[in-house]
Ligand binder design. Structure first.
Ligand code: DGY
Length: 334
């Protein structure tokens, strides 16, 4: 696949956002680049139109750019799509493979940044930091109140990891430094992680039943959609805390709101949602015991720049006939 343009012409590339300049510069040096200008990514219809008009490469924004079978089959010249992130649930990868479109992503560079946010949300939920902030701002803080805003300790507690990939492992490292025990479930056992951090492998049911904190780090796939539903939430420890920095649809959101309102959960820390942005009438917004973030897992200056460079390099490699380092659909190559 991905022969370079036979005429030697510079490939046409559409970038659906003004990605960090270090990434765009890599593309501009070798391709004819149109980068969408504006604070928000291009509306999906714009990306779809550029694809239909014959661009060869797309620098796409997950989850905004939804590239399904219909889009990919009306893509006369498309040869490669790179996503600004590690998750690739925004694109129908099987359809991309059928249409000989290489898909690349940005694993690795955002691991520690996302793990830090997961830990931040864990601390925020456990120590009620969003509530504390609202309390101080609202002017309610009068006398020193020793009974105020009691939370939960991380040290001495058990953290359950759902999905022991790179981010799950980075969270595990931090958890051990905080004095937590780690139990995990994953597609495959990670004996090295068990040896290094004393993490214990278990079923999802055991992880949910035995953890004080549960942090979700698996990819969103047909198998993991709705993985944590009402029954799973109901099986968690009374007072447990759920953190999700992976993908919203892995957790049943209405069931989560109910478990936060009526138990057994004490709190949650969420960076991802079933629908983004969160609707203004979402029940989660009425709950004090949830720390919310607007999908900023990888949003630091350094990591965003590294993601842009890695994504751009992947796109360039695919368009110029070199096998990209992070190819989501290796079947398309060779
Ligand atoms: C990722 O890397 O998948 C982030 O969530 C951005 O979509």
């Amino acid at each position: 696949m991905a022969e370079s343009t036979s005429s030697g012409a510079r490939p046409r590339v559409f970038c659906s956002w003004g990605y960090p300049e270090s990434g765009l510069a890599l593309l501009r040096a070798r391709c004819d680049v149109e980068a969408w200008e504006g604070k928000l990514p291009a509306p999906p219809e714009v990306t779809h139109q550029r694809i239909a008009d014959g661009v060869e490469g797309v620098f796409a924004m997950p989850p905004t750019d939804r590239l399904d079978e219909q889009i990919l089959e009306s893509a006369p010249r498309l040869r490669a799509v790179t996503g600004f992130g590690v998750g690739f649930d925004y694109i129908d990868v099987d359809a991309a493979t059928r249409h000989r479109v290489a898909v690349t992503n940005t694993p690795g560079v955002l691991v520690d940044t996302t793990a830090e946010l997961a830990f931040g949300l864990m601390l925020a939920a456990a120590r009620r930091l969003s509530e504390a902030d609202r309390y101080v701002r609202s002017g309610q803080w009068g006398e020193y109140e020793p009974g105020l805003l009691w939370g939960r300790d991380l040290f001495g507690s058990t953290l359950g990891i759902v999905g022991m990939g790179a981010i799950g492992q980075a969270v595990t490292r931090r958890a051990v430094a905080f004095g937590m025990d780690v139990i995990y479930t994953s597609r495959s056992r990670k004996l090295d992680v068990e040896g290094r951090y004393g993490a214990r492998y278990a079923s999802l049911a055991e992880v949910l039943a035995e953890s004080d904190f549960v942090s979700v780090h698996c990819a969103l796939t047909a198998e993991t959609q709705g993985l944590i539903g009402a029954a799973e939430l109901g099986a968690m420890r009374p007072g447990a805390i759920l953190v999700n920095t992976a993908r919203g649809p892995i957790v049943d959101q209405p069931a989560l709101a109910a478990a936060l309102r009526d138990g057994p959960l004490a709190a949650a820390g969420l960076d991802v949602f079933e629908e983004e942005p969160l609707r203004p009438d979402d029940p989660l917004l009425t709950l004090d015991n949830v720390a919310l973030a607007p999908h900023i897992g990888s949003a630091t200056h350094g990591t965003r720049a590294r993601m842009a460079e890695l994504a751009a390099q992947g796109l360039l490699d695919a368009l110029e006939g070199r096998r990209p380092a992070h190819l989501v659909n290796p079947e398309v190559w060779g």
